[in-house]
Design a protein around this ligand. Structure first.
Ligand SMILES: Nc1ncnc2c1ncn2[C@@H]1O[C@H](COP(=O)(O)OP(=O)(O)O)[C@@H](O)[C@H]1O
Ligand SMILES: [Mg+2]
Length: 385
């Protein structure tokens, strides 16, 4: 059956039952819902419920909507354009945009590498909470867990992924089978040792993987990678291949020293990415400002490298508490100081993203993979001193 034109969506009446078939890797449906009414942005429907659980389709999800009307069964291609998750919950659906427009707006997926010179400074905590904060700002976020260290993203979010990127690389699983859903619809791609394996792939396997990442891009506006810490070439190449890099440090001298050492390695390797500094565990704004000023000054003076301040996260006992309880801080303790800081940083990240020049043709997650590949192929494979 032919799908209906966009204007006909407004003919569906409040109280009308509709069936939703999302084009999503994690929500498959069909889900039943009810039309609540129409507003300027689109048609408002009730949040579907499946087995007693709310199905909170993320903003951006494309959905095939079916409705049985007096004229028979009608179908509409729609997209979730907003949602409300408070007391009064609903989704707003808008008619799907023409394909040409989607092609240009959907495939610019910036990749942010979240990194640090030293482990244990709060990378994974930042990735998890920033991802949720960004999702609450309406972005579809994919998190790639690239750190093989402790306290991985799946542990922090109490998820139990069955497969990892390694299974995708080995051809055992499709990327959509490996993704798991975290809170607020964030998508988590468990990296396993896969991110390292990426760099050793043969050309044909690599091309295959790029195809799978292309699928991922359809469901994502922004990718955050929790990179390993340290100065090995595998880490620095990841950063160099990303669109944006966030370097996390705490105010403690060993963390600052290691963060500076990482900038030095990147500067020597000819990396031109403007790095954003995030100072975690600050007792006061003043402390965060001091660390940022000193790092920016030293990098400019001694390495001729430009760093930018992204902000500070307060030292907050609720961070440790949330980790022990395996719940995201920002959801469980939204009023905690650190939660408020994460929300501020997320807003700043979006400001940066909007200010970015238009990505070149090779932008997005696939561009990231290609850049990564060229960096590894072009390197001696040895770690820098
Ligand atoms: N803002 C903060 N306030 C208090 N403790 C923090 C904060 N950020 C991180 N931590 C503590 O530091 C530890 C390491 O954090 P984690 O995110 O796992 O670091 P990384 O991923 O860099 O190794 C956590 O167990 C947490 O208790
Ligand atoms: Mg970690």
């Amino acid at each position: 059956m032919q799908a209906n034109g966009p204007s006909e969506l407004s003919r569906l009446q409040p109280g009308q039952t509709v069936l939703l078939r999302p084009e999503s890797p994690i929500y498959r449906g069909p889900y039943e819902s009810t039309v609540l009414g129409h507003e300027e942005a689109g048609m408002r429907i009730a949040v579907p419920i499946e087995e007693g659980k709310l199905v909170l389709l993320p903003v951006g999800t494309a959905v095939l909507l079916e409705a049985l009307t007096a004229e028979g069964e009608q179908r509409f291609h729609v997209r979730v354009c907003s949602r409300r998750t408070g007391g009064e919950r609903y989704l707003v659906l808008e008619p799907e945009e023409p394909v040409s427009k989607i092609a240009t707006t959907q495939l610019q997926v910036p990749v942010w590498a979240i990194t640090s010179g030293k482990g244990g400074v709060g990378k994974t905590t930042a990735v998890v909470n920033l991802a949720i904060a960004l999702a609450e700002l309406g972005r579809r976020v994919c998190v790639i867990d690239g750190d093989l260290g402790t306290a991985n993203i799946d542990v922090m979010l109490n998820l139990a992924p069955q497969y990892t990127l390694t299974d995708v690389i080995a051809g055992r699983r499709h990327i959509l089978e490996v993704l798991v859903e975290g809170p607020r619809g964030i998508i988590v791609l468990p990296g396993g040792s896969g991110l390292q394996e990426l760099t050793e792939l043969k050309e044909e396997s690599f091309a295959h993987l790029i195809g799978q990442f292309q699928v991922l891009e359809r469901y994502t506006d922004l990718v955050l990678i929790d990179t390993a810490s340290g100065l090995s070439r595998s880490v620095t190449n990841f950063i160099a291949a990303a669109d944006e890099a966030v370097l996390i440090t705490t105010p403690e001298p060993p963390a600052i020293t290691d963060a500076y050492a990482l900038v030095k390695v990147l500067a020597r390797a000819g990396c031109v990415l403007p790095i954003k500094l995030l100072v975690n565990r600050v007792q006061a704004q003043r402390e965060g400002q001091d660390v940022t000023d000193k790092m920016i000054f030293a990098a400019k003076r001694f390495l001729q490298y430009e760093l930018h301040g992204l902000g500070y996260i307060s030292e907050d006992e609720y961070v440790g508490r949330a980790i022990r309880e395996q719940v995201p801080l920002i959801l469980e303790y939204p009023q905690a100081r650190a939660s408020q800081d994460f929300r501020d940083i997320a807003r700043r990240m979006l400001g940066i993203e909007q200010a970015r020049p238009q990505p070149e043709k090779d932008g997005g997650a696939r561009g990231f993979l290609r850049r990564l590949r060229s960096l590894f192929v072009g390197s001696s494979g040895k770690d820098p001193d």
